[in-house]
Design a protein around this ligand. Structure first.
Ligand code: 13P
Length: 252
């Protein structure tokens, strides 16, 4: 049985005081509850250190939203995997469509970032997904296959086992228009089949594949009830503790 993971990608929201208050709301909301679902929050970089301290001893894990693939040096503005580890991050979102489109990250760059994350024992939440145009031109499976092939190039099955994959159709992100449960399931199943062909049934059966894109308390249960959907990567709805925790409860 695969464990469900619900992760909140805060994106460029919440300064330090409001991060502290959201974390405290989330902690209050889940106090005394014992979920089977793994909960991860990914605040902006400026809040990670404090979040790391506030989450100590809780069952909430910390993730970052991005990192650079070099270890150190003259890369103004960038943050390394080791730096993220040093403030308590266990996960890092890589390949998010906003990084791909707004910041021109290619499959090759994402591959280097995954490599650096793994080297530093950070678990990548590896995002893939097609644009609306690609879907309308029936290129969805082709795009997913390309992103997986190049994004995961050169890694052993043992390394890939530590990853989480997040399928996030770009047209569903921040639009309020989620993929229907059957549309999402179809792609998740395709990803699982691809992993089986490229690697093994063991990897394909055990890898966690989250869905992301306009996940809300109202649609979370049905999405996560699909056979191959193992949780959610949540944007907008994770910025309030009550809607975020409702999604966690839907995963249960
Ligand atoms: P929304 O939930 O706001 O659509 O964002 C999804 C997302 O991009 C999570 O990484």
């Amino acid at each position: 049985m695969r464990k469900k993971i619900v992760a909140g990608n805060w994106k460029m929201n919440k300064d330090l005081p409001s991060s502290i208050s959201l974390i405290s709301d989330i902690k209050n909301e889940i106090a005394g509850k014992n979920y089977n679902t793994k909960i991860i929050i990914c605040p902006p970089a400026t809040s990670l250190e404090t979040a790391g301290v506030l989450l100590k001893g809780t069952n909430i894990s910390l993730g970052a939203q991005n990192m650079y693939f070099e270890e150190s040096g003259a890369y103004t503005g960038e943050i390394s995997a080791k730096m993220l580890k040093s403030v308590g991050c266990q996960y890092v979102i890589l390949g998010h469509s906003e990084r791909r489109t707004i910041f021109n990250e290619t499959d090759e760059i994402i591959n280097l970032k995954i490599k650096a994350a793994l080297k530093n024992n950070l678990k990548p939440i590896f995002c893939i997904g097609e644009t609306l145009e690609e879907r309308e031109n029936e290129k969805t499976f082709q795009v997913i296959e390309r992103q997986i092939t190049y994004g995961l190039k050169g890694f052993t099955e043992l390394e890939i086992e530590t990853l989480v994959i997040a399928y996030e159709p770009v047209w569903a992100i921040g639009t309020g228009r989620n993929a229907t449960p059957s549309q999402a399931q179809e792609v998740h199943k395709f990803i699982r089949n691809l992993l089986q062909i490229k690697y093994s049934s063991n990897l394909s059966d055990n890898l966690i594949i989250q869905y992301g894109g306009s996940v809300k308390p109202e649609n979370a249960r049905e999405l996560m009830a699909q056979n191959d959907i193992d949780g959610a990567l949540v944007g907008g709805a994770c910025l309030q503790s009550d809607s975020f925790i409702k999604i966690v409860e839907a995963a249960e």
